[in-house]
Write a protein that binds this ligand. Structure first.
Ligand code: AQP
Length: 345
């Protein structure tokens, strides 16, 4: 009987620079999982082109993301790190999944609705089919655990539906190959955990902090220097009330909730503890303290990113080596997919 082993997969889009949201929502968890699992961490450039990208900037953003992964603590000797377009099996399996997933499933995806906006007729087909490619990213390695932020929960449910339907559609072939319980593709587990699974915009506490938000003041980038971080926090939207003394008082105050949540995540404490310290005070004093902890936490990452960024050839070599390791896992799985489908090869 063939039984699937635990494996971690996750990725980030090389669009702009990674943010504090990416860091607290996913990266901290990625780093921790390296000690317990075999991990594959991808820079998902095929996802990035679902909206228009400038080619020179995209190349720079891929290298920046690679430097950020390493600067945050991803060990490229242990974990596999590469950019998605170097492993053709992602796109190949995504096509198969375009034929497995149902239109009705994709029609329910809220991220497409948010990103396409009112003019969805002009959105790319790729943006619509994005969740199928994401399912392929995970399942081309038969990954079982996927550490992500809260916003990716719905996409991961779709990946599970796709895996289930594939396992069912091809169950005879899968059973004949000896897969335990008919599981060729695992029903991957989302791992939505870590200090802050949904970090919100500094300009609007009801909107996710996002790399592609038109306002740079809405986010803290991992490339921001200390002055920029302090300025952005100082300008962050707040409300006129003083901070409450306990977490229950944050209801209906999204900006206060977000800023104190960020402070708690960065210092490894709870929001209640933060409010015990700052409750009753004005935002100005709290913001100064928040800027200090943000700079203390992020500036070593930024300097390491800058150091690594000075040698793009070395980053490219690391990505190529990672891609070779990734291909060695994906190719035999894709070959089996082709056999199950009935392709001649
Ligand atoms: N604000 C956030 N809070 C918590 N987690 C977040 N993530 C992203 N933003 C937050 C998590 O980071 C991982 C990589 O995300 P991504 O770059 O692939 O795409 P995204 O989720 O669409 O993030 P952005 O910043 O909004 O990207 P753009 O602007 O390029 O579309 C994921 O695990 C995500 O959950």
């Amino acid at each position: 009987m063939i039984e699937l082993k635990p494996r971690v997969f996750s990725g980030m889009q090389p669009t702009g620079s990674l943010t504090l949201g990416n860091y607290l929502g996913a990266m901290i968890n990625w780093v921790a999982m390296q000690t317990t699992h075999d991990c594959i961490y991808c820079i998902v450039d095929l996802h990035a082109i679902t909206v228009a990208q400038d080619p020179a900037e995209l190349k720079a953003a891929i290298r920046r993301a690679a430097a950020a992964y390493m600067a945050c603590g991803i060990d490229t000797q242990k974990s596999i790190v590469f950019n998605q377009s170097q492993v053709a099996e992602h796109a190949e399996l995504a096509w198969v999944f375009n034929c497995v997933a149902r239109l009705g499933w994709l029609d329910r995806m809220t991220q497409f609705k948010e990103k396409a906006g009112k003019d969805k007729e002009r959105a790319s087909v790729g943006l619509y089919a994005y969740p199928n490619l994401m399912a392929a990213d995970i399942l081309v390695y038969r990954a079982t655990h996927v550490p992500v932020g809260e916003d990716q929960k719905q996409h991961l449910e779709l990946a599970r539906d796709i895996a289930q339907k594939f396992n069912n559609d091809f169950k005879e072939g899968i059973a004949a190959r000896g897969y335990k319980d008919g599981v060729f593709f695992p029903l991957c587990e989302p791992m939505i955990q870590g200090p802050a699974t949904r970090v919100m915009s500094l300009r609007d506490g009801t909107k996710k902090m996002s790399k592609s938000d038109p306002s740079d003041l809405s986010r803290i980038n991992l490339t921001d220097d200390a002055d920029t971080i302090a300025k952005k926090i100082q300008k962050a939207k707040t409300d006129p009330e003083p901070l409450p003394s306990e977490a229950a008082g944050l209801a209906g105050r999204p900006e206060a909730d977000n800023l104190t949540g960020i402070y708690a995540a960065l210092t490894g404490t709870t929001q209640d503890a933060v409010l015990k310290q700052f409750g009753g005070g004005q935002f100005s004093g709290f913001k100064k303290a928040l800027a200090e902890v943000a700079v203390e936490k992020l500036s070593p990452i930024t300097s390491e990113m800058n150091r690594l960024g000075r040698d793009p050839a070395e980053i490219d070599r690391m990505l190529a080596a990672g891609a070779a390791r990734a291909r060695a896992i994906a190719q035999p799985i894709m070959a089996e997919v082709k056999d199950l489908l009935g392709f001649v090869r």
